[in-house]
Design a protein around this ligand. Structure first.
Ligand SMILES: [Zn+2]
Length: 485
């Protein structure tokens, strides 16, 4: 029997809940002083504490707690005033203690949610926990090594309600959460480095039903694309299994990059399997209201609010606003220019043009020019001291990593507009003398040759003369009788 999957899939609703793991931007690990650093040599950032050696005790990292609270505020959560730590017991080679320190019974944030274009996706809670180490499989030598650099790195796990109904909604949700965490300074959001990873809980139910189907978890999705592929593949697989008369069991699956499919890993553990119990090595944490409030106030303006301001106050189009907001450093740069007195329209045109064109995908997303210099160039241009093209060129040169100061760039490239009538007259004269044929056609009424003359003159003048002044001089000499030579 041939099954037409399209028809069947339409009769089912996909239900998705997510667990987003976001490593925090602290300098050190959650319970010891080792650096929280990506890209070090294997087992460079370890100590007896994060290696789980006997005789060591955890000491809680205050910065991690603060970032978790900020993450909670960025996502509209309530902060738990009395929070505590628990041990999640399981055996794995990258977990030297045999348990992970996490928060099972009193997570640091509860509630909250995110609007994804008209649909509100609720969070269940956010808890703080330590990351595990990493296994490195070396096929060449047929060995597996353990790297504990990541062991003990602080992360928050953002757990949603099963509120999403498609892969698109899941992706939209993760995009919003990721951006909010980046703006709040909580996580750098680099999925390709595993610093933000997603587990998806996926089930299907007959359309119109309100009873969820069997939930299947797909672990460790590290790109938007993989999240979408995994959800789509799983929904289809589950529908097919059910339609063929099979049954689903609760299990954990992994996503296979090469094929876009998922494969069974193990039966889903329940809370009982992990034997959660309080970690008495770490005192419970009482958070004072003033302390929490100070952290709320320290939060920078979030993307949603910036977007409303850009569109409402600065008259930006939605698509421009989204472009500017996609990178926090770009949004900050634009805001600073406006703060320094630039007209929002001029600031936008600089940012959308020379800044975004030259920023590239560099990890260290430095915008090499300062907002102060960018505003200074706008003022010079408005005052007729520098031409519009040279203004853009100057920004481009600095953005592409020149070492010179703005003044030096302007000086070296002769970018200032100078009032030098003799120079102007001689350049124009030279161009006219060198192009007798063009002069003839201009005199015969071919107006468009004029642009050619402008271009030729600018090859020498390089914007150092106001376009209007150049035009006037060109016309004067072109229209002058030969006797005036
Ligand atoms: Zn350590």
């Amino acid at each position: 029997m041939v099954i037409n999957m399209d028809t069947y899939v339409k009769r089912y609703t996909t239900v998705v809940g997510l667990e987003i793991h976001a490593e925090l931007l602290t300098k050190t690990k959650l319970f010891c002083g080792c650096p929280n650093k990506f890209g070090s040599g294997e087992n460079e950032n370890v100590c007896p504490g994060c290696l789980g050696l006997p005789g060591t005790l955890p000491a809680l990292n205050r910065a991690a707690v603060e970032l978790a609270i900020k993450g909670g505020f960025a996502l509209g959560c309530d902060i738990t005033r009395l929070t505590s730590w628990d041990r999640k017991s399981y055996f794995y080679a990258d977990l030297p203690n045999g348990y992970q320190i996490t928060q099972m019974f009193a997570p640091i944030c509860t509630g909250g949610g995110v609007d994804i274009g008209g649909r509100y996706i609720r969070l269940d809670h956010i808890h703080l926990e330590e990351d595990a180490g990493k296994l490195i499989h070396d096929n060449l030598r047929d060995t597996t090594r353990v790297d504990f650099n990541r062991g003990g790195v602080p992360l928050i796990e953002i757990v949603t309600k099963p509120d999403m109904r498609s892969a698109d909604e899941a992706v939209a949700f993760i995009e919003k959460v990721r951006l909010a965490l980046i703006y709040a300074g909580v996580c750098d959001g680099r999925m390709e480095q595993g610093r933000l990873r997603v587990d998806a809980n996926i089930s299907v139910m007959p359309e119109g039903s309100d009873t969820f189907g069997t939930r299947i978890e797909v672990k460790n999705l590290n790109s938007f694309r993989n999240v979408a592929l995994a959800i789509e593949y799983e929904a289809l697989r589950q529908v097919r299994t059910l339609e063929e008369g099979g049954s689903l069991r609760q299990e954990t699956r992994r996503f296979i990059d090469a094929s876009g499919e998922t494969a069974a890993m193990r039966e889903k553990e329940t809370a009982a399997d992990y034997r959660y119990y309080p970690d008495y090595d770490i005192p419970r944490l009482v958070l004072e209201a003033d302390y929490i409030e100070a952290l709320r106030n320290a939060l920078p303006e979030m993307p949603e609010s910036r977007k409303a301001r850009y569109i409402g106050v600065h008259q930006m189009t939605e698509s421009d606003a989204v472009t500017i907001l996609a990178r926090k450093e770009v949004s900050d740069f634009y805001d600073r220019m406006v703060e320094l007195g630039a007209d929002p329209k001029d600031a936008l045109s600089v940012v959308r043009g020379e800044i975004l064109r030259n920023i590239g995908d560099r990890d260290e997303a430095a915008i090499a020019i300062s907002p102060e210099d960018a505003v200074r160039l706008l003022r010079m241009s408005a005052a007729g001291e520098i031409g519009a093209n040279n203004m853009k060129r100057a920004i481009g040169i600095i953005m592409r990593g020149g070492r010179d100061s703005l003044d030096a760039v302007i000086e070296k490239n002769n970018m200032l507009i100078r009032e030098d009538p003799d120079l102007l007259a001689s350049v124009v004269r030279g161009v006219i003398d060198a192009n007798p044929a063009a002069v003839a056609s201009y005199k015969a009424g071919e107006e468009k040759v004029f642009g050619f003359f402008m271009g030729q003159c600018n090859k020498t003048l390089k914007g150092a003369v106001q376009p209007k002044t150049l035009q006037d001089e060109l016309k004067r000499q072109l229209l002058a009788g030969d006797n005036d030579k």
